[in-house]
Design a binder for this molecule. Structure first.
Ligand code: FES
Ligand SMILES: [Fe+2]
Length: 445
């Protein structure tokens, strides 16, 4: 059970909160590299409840900083991106991407004190098509980026997708580690007899009550959902939670499913979903949407996302056209005739609808968790214990310093010998898997 005070600690992410402090120990993806044009206009960016701007100077360097000018707090969003920095339009003070004040033109030269002024800028790095920022206390000597497999893949082989979700990060993230929902929310209308024998969702719909193994790991938590898959065979679906807000889900073939999903809090009530995937892996991001064995597409398994135009608002990027204001487009006819269990068109939108429908921050006191939710309770506990150990004893949370702990984390499905233990089965699959990072190293990249 999650108590009211646990709930507050788990869900609040602003400066000074227990979970906000934990998250600031890690590099955080802030925006796509392609959102920032060299010498282009700044972007408003909300991250962990802080109002920031991001811009790319004319030399191509990225700046991410508090939006308030350190003079009299006019917003640098309105600033002029000029030769080597951003200039505030109020009195003309100018700052480079590191926050250094380069110019103070409204002050006579003998009174100039620009060397004493810094805008509040955060270190940034670009990798995998994303701009990453570090907002923690070690700004002078930040840790390396997390050693996710996907961040070892050459940038041109990495796909990147962002979608804003209008709810707290935790309930959004928990959808990814709640494997039993797949057979209902996404595939409740799918009859196993109508699927080909090698269809990846066959076992999920044949047995809608999977068994589970769950464990703590160096990177966070892991689970395997498993089901009998014919004589001597077991169907495995592995997924992970990785500190502080990442998941890996089993929606791809384990052997090549190099992927990570982030649930990055914009503020307590809005989250940016990130997915970074290897374009050469077999996953829901690269394979065709599933169909019945007669070739007809399965309803509600679409992959398209219909976006509203981005705006310059703090929360105006990558919003879906279907949202709470139009009931996520639920089609009651399709729900009733069971052509789509949920009545909602795409897998992502189905997840978005159920987690947003809980309210901006769900009331944990109203929950009744079941044995199928053990991965969720274990992950909450792991997050809380790590956040409190940081707050009370200054213990670095998992993967904040020892970033290599992420290297062997992978999610995916496979069918294996039913005699093998779950962790053995995982290790054997990983040993046999494509490791693009290792391949890149061999190629000298
Ligand atoms: S408020 Fe920015 S220069 Fe004065
Ligand atoms: Fe889902």
């Amino acid at each position: 059970m999650t108590t009211a005070s646990d709930s507050v600690e788990l869900t609040r992410v602003g400066p000074g909160t227990v979970m906000g402090q934990l998250m600031r120990e890690y590099w955080i993806p802030a925006l796509k590299s392609s959102e920032l044009a060299r010498g282009g206009v700044p972007i408003r960016l909300m991250l962990l409840g802080e109002k920031l701007i991001a811009f790319r100077d004319d030399a191509g360097r990225v700046g991410v900083m508090d939006h308030r000018c350190p003079h009299r707090c006019a917003s640098l969003f309105l600033g002029r991106n000029e030769d080597g920095g951003i200039r505030c339009i109020y009195h003309g003070w100018k700052f480079d991407v590191t926050g250094r004040c380069l110019d103070m033109p409204n002050v006579p030269p003998q009174q100039d004190f620009k060397h004493k002024i810094r805008a509040k800028a955060y270190p940034s790095i670009e990798r995998g098509g994303a701009v990453w920022v570090y907002m923690g206390t070690r700004a002078k000597n930040p840790p390396p980026l997390p050693a996710f497999e996907i961040l070892g893949v050459p940038d041109d082989e990495v796909g990147v997708l962002l979608i804003q979700r209008d709810c707290n990060y935790l309930q959004a993230l928990e959808g990814d580690i709640d494997t039993s929902h797949f057979g209902f929310l996404h595939a409740g209308h799918v009859d196993a007899d109508a699927l080909a024998d090698d269809d990846p969702i066959l076992h999920t719909v044949a047995i809608r009550t999977p068994d589970y193994h769950i464990a703590d790991t160096a990177w966070g938590t892991t689970y395997a959902g498993y089901r009998a898959a014919g004589p001597g065979r077991t169907s495995w679906r592995f997924g992970n939670f990785l500190f502080p807000f990442w998941t890996q889900v089993p929606n791809g073939e384990f052997g090549s499913h190099v992927q990570i999903r982030g649930w990055v809090p914009l503020d307590d009530e809005h989250t940016m979903y990130w997915v970074l995937w290897w374009k050469r892996g077999k996953s829901a991001m690269t394979l065709q949407a599933p169909s019945f064995k007669d070739g007809t597409p399965i309803g509600g398994m679409g992959r398209a996302n219909d976006f509203l135009p981005n705006t310059s608002d703090w929360l105006g990027r990558f919003r879906l056209a279907a949202n709470a204001s139009n009931d996520w487009g639920v089609d009651r006819t399709k729900q009733r005739d069971n052509s789509i269990y949920s009545g909602i068109e795409s897998i992502h939108l189905q997840d978005q609808a159920v987690t947003e429908s809980m309210g901006a921050i769900l009331d944990h006191s109203f929950e009744h968790l079941a044995p199928s939710d053990l991965m969720i309770t274990r992950t909450r506990r792991r997050l809380l214990l790590a956040a409190r150990a940081l707050r009370d004893k200054g213990v670095a949370p998992p993967g904040a310093e020892d970033v290599a702990v992420f290297r062997d984390a992978r999610g995916g499905y496979f069918v294996g010998d039913d005699k093998r233990g779950w962790q053995d089965a995982y290790a054997a699959q990983l040993a046999a898997a494509s490791r693009p990072h290792a391949a890149a190293l061999r190629a000298g990249e």
